[in-house]
Design a protein around this ligand. Sequence first.
Ligand code: VGL
Ligand code: ZN
Length: 210
Amino acid sequence: MTPTEHDVLIVIDVQNDFCPGGALAVPDGDAVVPLANALAQTFPHIVFTQDWHPAGHESFASSHSGHNPFETIDVAYGPQTLWPDHCVQGTRGAAFHAGLETTGAELIIRKGFRREIDSYSAFFENDHATATGLEGYLNSRKLTRVVLCGLATDFCVAFSAIDSAKCGYETVVVEDACRAIDLEGSLAAARRQMVDAGVKFVTSSNIRSA
Ligand code: VGL
Ligand code: ZN
């Protein structure tokens, strides 16, 4: 594919806590950094997202006595996986990976900042109703094709891609520029849900500048 003026690259959560050594390290997570940087060179519009939780966030296992990270509990909006404390606002773990080239960002969307609700998707929080504002932004900018990469394939990338397709955007995931957590088959399940939602997959070598 060749990016056009109506295309936007959305780089999901390439933050220290999701990279090796971070609080919720995604295996090989930092491998996406050079790929995201190369993609950023070929897109006319780039948006980054940052997972951005207050201390004591409801998605943290530490906020639920008797529960451990990677367990799933029921909350008001449905099942919620519990995570180690991660991406706490203003901490080094919440900062972008130092190698990520963010200069070209036209927008940085922060999500998960409400204490009582998690937000995997860049579009809607985990209640599937509370908007982040990204849909309004893309519509105002007349951006119609959404291309995603980043972390983690099976959580924030997948939820963002599925919401993007549901919002009516042509949606493409650059598969080699993503890495997964893969919790009990979550990668295969997420991939199936993305396919069912009409999300397409490409590899970065098939994306070239006009
Ligand atoms: C993410 C789990 C918790 C992600 C964020 O970026 O995929 N995963 N918070
Ligand atoms: Zn999070």
